[in-house]
Design a protein around this ligand. Sequence first.
Ligand SMILES: Nc1ncnc2c1ncn2[C@@H]1O[C@H](COP(=O)(O)OP(=O)(O)OP(=O)(O)O)[C@@H](O)[C@H]1O
Length: 304
Amino acid sequence: MTLIATQALTKTYGGRVTALADLTVSVEPGIVGLVGANGAGKSTLIKILLGLLAPTSGSVRVLDLDPTTDAAAVRARVGYMPEHDSLSPDLSAAEFVTHLGRMSGLPRTAARERASEALRHVGLYEERYRQIGGYSTGMKQRVKLAQALVHDPDLLLLDEPTNGLDPAGRDAMLALIQRIGTEFGISVVVCSHLLGEVERICDSLIAIDAGRLLRSDNISAMTTVTDVLAVEVSEGLDELAARLDMLGLTARRDGRLLLVPLEDDETYDRILTAVAELDLPLHRLDQRRHRVAELFATREVTHV
Ligand SMILES: Nc1ncnc2c1ncn2[C@@H]1O[C@H](COP(=O)(O)OP(=O)(O)OP(=O)(O)O)[C@@H](O)[C@H]1O
């Protein structure tokens, strides 16, 4: 099944501003990044996918449904996390998410149960009876995610889910989105102006610029491998670097990784030998890929 398909999709506001121009994409289920600079047309596309906005011309299908004629059926299967704060500060997270569950048609008990479940998934179970007004920004973002999950959708549309979060909060939110996508088998469209961020968790990417398609493809097809090996061990990184140096390999440290130039087939063996000799737990040893961001180096998409 195709997750999202658009054909020559165009949206103009008031006949003057062209937010989307002739956009044709076809995306398979999975975690999909929708990236573009501010004003590129991401929110407009999301609203069209939800059936909240009608396209000026062209066609669109979501989960094989047409949101322009069947918006209710689309919304029953799609969860939406809006960009801006849509929360009620006086309510507890449990009350708020239950309320939205009721609005989406769930009976009272089921709504309450699903709300607890959704809040558990986003890590707010313990704090669900506290008023949202007292929550941190990260917790508020997670309540917004929980309300999008409450009716057990097949697809989540997340508009700038990491907005306002510090780096640690962003990492936590991305990890949560990735877990929802992989463990629960829900497809996710993550909308962001931060390409480097979504690239980390997405299976495929739609990049738009001023309403036009720059590229739509699987992440793996967008990147090529480099001649650098990335090695990750959970401890002993410095020790390993020193041992590799003794074996004639120059390792460069990059955060929790060691980057080693791939000289020949023996490079793998030498790294594995060093790891085994030091008895270190190896997490990862693979050939590094170019970052997708490098493809758009001349564009206005923000890199992180
Ligand atoms: N209701 C509207 N009326 C007129 N112009 C609009 C309206 N909504 C959006 N636009 C314009 O359409 C273009 C695309 O906006 P859109 O919000 O879809 O972009 P975006 O990529 O989501 O950006 P952002 O992340 O800043 O929201 C922009 O030029 C914006 O100013």
